[in-house]
Design a protein around this ligand. Structure first.
Ligand code: AMP
Length: 470
């Protein structure tokens, strides 16, 4: 026996160890991995909904272009102090609803709860005071608020909006309200505009004193939140939907009776401009908006049927107002401004509930089916030629067999399927299959792009494509 073999045997022997007898116990139940889902109050927007998103996005972008608002995109993550300073530390948004955390560098950052503060920050940071004023911005993007989720209120939602910085004239307030009113009209949604003035920082202070005096005498009738608001943010008591607080506000002093001459004058002129263009509005002395940066005009848009005094915060489709002190407050030069934010999810919900028809997305026109490796390669290139010519093209390059590919083309609802096999390659042709009539014709491969153009334009399935897009 060779030395090598002996060693191997030794090792094998040494491995035979008697296993201890197992005690019979119940096998531990295998823990099922937790199903991964979106976070509470957040949702996916799936392809089936895209027609609604495209519809409002396109409309909003057109409005922005028509009215001279330019697109701005600010980061979703900002310093927490930006919102604490701009929106106000005692507001619900900052006190309760911020998604804030320390980043790896120890900086306190947060997901933006709204866009106005970021836009004011960008305006200062990039010296936009030197541009012709007002500078008009349009934005569209996700916002985050850690609120209690319910119908129309999510933790992650989308707002789009219009902000004009560098103009104090009341015509700007009216312009923005008129623009948003027209926007809703063009969508086919009937809305009601609620409007108020909350004065400037000076006259608001004297009003706050009156309000606090009024509520202090009735403190025991206030809800717990409003008892806290009485000290920290008394204007918000007017906003409270609790029954007890609601019934008290009828007798409360109204801000319009306490604002200074300048603010009163401003407000009256805004209303006159709205009258001029026949925008119907309701004066709402209790509308204060939740954010500290507002001055003078504040407004909200509600669906017409829910616009009564019981309208809840979750019904509003849009809201905005003047913010004359914000830029200066964040370290810039005095810059009067006005803006509005619209809630995309709530608007889409209203469009669906009102059965408003929105344009269907353009359907796929051509499907490419191939039979074999060589045809696959030719189709691979042909897809790009067809795309450059402006067609919407689907394919199944990875699949084998015509039946499966035609089934897929049927499911996608394409108008024509182009079929390329070995025979067609030898003949220099390609088959065009009409997916509605099911007739087939053989076309010269080199002329297929032209042929498809002719067919689809004559059937008015695609508009005249003048230039190939890239
Ligand atoms: P605000 O910044 O709170 O004035 O909100 C402006 C608009 O954004 C509202 O009128 C709503 O349409 C929408 N909005 C605000 N908060 C939410 C939310 N949590 N979920 C969905 N939409 C919201």
């Amino acid at each position: 026996m060779s030395k090598k073999f002996k060693i191997k045997k030794k090792i094998r022997k040494s491995k035979i160890v008697k296993k201890p007898k197992r005690l019979k116990t119940a096998a531990p139940a295998k823990e099922k991995p937790k199903e991964l889902q979106t976070l509470r109050g957040m949702r996916d927007i799936l392809p089936g909904e895209s027609k609604y998103w495209n519809f409002i996005k396109e409309k909003a972008e057109n409005f922005a272009l028509n009215y001279g608002y330019e697109f701005i995109e600010t980061p979703i993550l900002e310093e927490t102090s930006l919102f604490a300073r701009a929106v106000g530390g005692e507001t619900d948004i900052v006190a309760k609803e911020m998604f804030s955390f320390l980043d790896q560098g120890g900086e306190n950052v947060c997901l933006r709860p709204e866009a106005t503060a970021s836009i004011a920050r960008a305006y200062i940071q990039h010296g936009m005071i030197n541009l012709p004023q007002p500078v008009r911005f349009f934005y569209f993007g996700p916002m985050f608020r850690y609120d209690r989720p319910q119908a129309g209120r999510q933790r992650s939602f989308h707002q789009f909006g219009f902000e004009a910085l560098g103009e104090g004239h009341p015509i700007l307030d009216a312009e923005i309200i008129f623009m948003v009113f027209n926007f809703f009209q063009e969508l086919g949604l009937r809305v009601n505009v609620q409007i108020n003035s909350i004065g400037c920082s000076r006259c608001r202070e004297s009003y706050k004193t009156k309000l606090v005096n009024y509520y202090r005498e009735r403190r025991s009738e206030l809800c717990e939140d409003c008892k806290r608001r009485l000290v920290k943010n008394p204007l918000r008591i007017l906003d409270c939907k609790e029954e007890g607080c609601q019934s008290l506000k009828g007798e409360a002093p109204q801000i319009v009776d306490w604002i200074c001459e300048d603010c009163k004058n401003h407000f009256v002129r805004v209303l006159e401009y709205l009258d001029e263009v026949n925008v119907p509005y309701n004066l709402n002395p209790y509308l204060v908006r939740g954010l500290d940066y507002y001055t003078k005009t504040v407004f909200e848009f509600f669906p017409e049927e829910t616009a009564g005094p019981e309208a809840s915060k979750s019904d509003a489709l849009a809201g905005g107002g003047r913010f004359d002190n914000l830029v200066e407050f964040l370290g810039g030069r005095p810059t009067p401004a006005c803006g509005v934010a619209l809630g995309a999810e709530r608007i889409i919900l209203r469009i669906k509930e009102s059965n408003i028809s929105v344009p269907a997305p353009r359907r796929l026109e051509i499907f490419l089916a191939q039979l074999g490796e060589q045809p696959r390669k030719k189709c691979f290139k042909l897809i790009e030629d067809l795309r450059r010519a402006g067609f919407y093209v689907a394919h199944s390059l990875s699949k084998e067999g015509l039946k499966k590919q035609l089934e897929m083309a049927n499911k996608l609802g394409v108008r024509y399927t182009l079929i390329l096999g070995q025979k067609e390659i030898l003949d220099g042709t390609i088959i065009v299959r009409d997916m509605e009539g099911e007739a087939q014709e053989i076309v010269n491969f080199g002329k297929i792009v032209q042929e498809m153009k002719k067919k689809l334009i004559s059937e008015q399935i695609i508009p005249k494509i003048s230039e190939a897009p890239h």
